[in-house]
Write a protein that binds this ligand. Structure first.
Ligand code: NAD
Ligand code: TDX
Length: 330
């Protein structure tokens, strides 16, 4: 089996490549990745049945021959950071919308099975105190340039299934954590700040809630959907991991043996989504998937250890990331 993994040098894609390489000895994995600031070839180096092709999913001539040669395409490639999308939305439209369009056109030409990786943020946000969680059939109400381009990409996938019978599925996952996550994101930023002796930065009041899932659980769910999911369906992936940002910061401070109040409140993100929460009933009922990393403190401790042990992987990016945040008072 030849599998095309787009964005396989990024956080979730690289973890997917590792797990797939380990668990499917017959699989040949082709990674198509533009190696933007978020892609790191070190994340997938030394894997014998993995080939990295450096290129853009929005470039039809790059995409077509790769899709033609593969049995399955999984699209992880995206511009993925909300804060960056507020500063410059343009690459988000190009990669997330135009890139997904080009992949869909290629899988349409070649009749290839396609799985599209998306986010819970397409559903907008929930109030902190409402009992409801996101359901697969909820209306799309994205808030940021990032989430609106992800919503647009999902709409393209749905339309290509209906109009052209493209054999595709979509998954919308909640916030991931684990190894190989870029240090611009909340958990690795907080961990690497603490390694550097810098106080974590909490946006606004720290009350915003995210529904955390370990990246390996996200990826086992993706395989379940590819193997057992129904074509044209949307599956929500989440592991009942709701926590507010203050709780997460305090859990990381605890892992470092630091005082629970050793953080600074900083400028809020404009349009900051209040709460995400996933109802995973459909995924569990249809595929039997279950998360393995249900102990958040243990998953966090492993993640802290990974960033401590792999400073060479993130160190070069740290000063630049922090200089960017300094400009917005964050
Ligand atoms: P990431 O930013 O860490 O990685 C994205 C990868 O895509 C990078 O390797 C980058 O080089 C590559 N890329 C960017 N533009 C490209 C292009 N035009 N052509 C080819 N490659 C390109 O992102 P991530 O956190 O691993 O997210 C992966 C996917 O999962 C995204 O679609 C994102 O929307 C979705 N998602 C992420 C989370 C999360 O918590 N991180 C949660 C739910 C869904
Ligand atoms: O320093 C920080 N302090 C802080 O309080 C940073 C970087 C973030 N935050 C807050 C903002 C969010 O409420 O932490 C929360 C998580 O922030 P991010 O890591 O930027 O993630 P989020 O905006 O929730 O989006 C993530 O989950 C859904 C991914 O980046 C997306 O790709 C995914 O679709």
């Amino acid at each position: 089996m030849r599998i095309l993994v787009t964005g396989g040098a990024g956080f979730i894609g690289a973890n997917f490549v590792h797990t797939t390489h380990e668990t499917m000895p017959e699989a040949e994995i082709i990674v198509l990745d533009k190696l933007t600031y978020a892609g790191n070839p070190k994340s997938i180096e030394g894997l014998e049945r993995v080939q990295l092709v450096v290129g853009d999913i929005a470039d039809a001539d790059t995409v077509d021959p790769l899709v033609k040669d593969c049995d399955l395409v999984i699209n992880f490639a995206a511009e993925s950071h909300n804060d960056n999308s507020l500063a410059d939305p343009s690459p988000f439209v190009r990669t997330n919308v135009e890139g997904t369009f080009q992949l869909l056109e290629a899988v349409r030409r070649h009749g290839t099975r396609f799985h599209h990786i998306s986010t819970d943020e397409v559903y907008g946000d929930l109030a902190l105190d409402e009992p409801r969680r996101f359901q697969p059939g909820d209306p799309y109400r994205p808030s940021s340039p990032y989430s609106s381009t992800k919503a647009a990409s999902d709409m393209l996938v749905r339309a290509w299934v209906r109009s052209y019978k493209v054999p595709a599925t979509i998954s919308n996952c909640s916030n991931n954590y684990g190894p190989y996550q870029h240090i611009e994101k909340f958990i690795p930023r907080t961990i690497t700040n603490l390694i550097d002796g810098v106080r974590p930065r909490l946006y606004g009041t720290g009350e915003n809630v995210r529904d955390w899932i370990h990246v390996r659980d996200h990826n086992t769910a993706v395989w379940e959907i590819i193997n057992k999911g129904r074509i044209g369906e949307t599956y929500l992936i989440g592991a009942d991991g709701e926590k507010n940002n203050l709780e997460v910061t305090r859990a990381i401070l605890e892992a470092f043996g630091r005082d629970p109040d050793d953080f600074d409140l900083v400028a809020d993100r404009p349009g900051h989504d209040r709460r995400y929460a996933i109802d995973n009933t459909k995924l569990i009922e249809e595929t039997g998937w279950q998360p393995e990393f249900t102990d958040f403190a243990a998953g966090l401790a492993d993640t802290v250890a990974w960033y401590r042990e792999n400073e060479g992987w993130w160190r070069d990016a740290k000063a630049e990331v922090e200089a960017k945040y300094a400009k917005t008072g964050q």
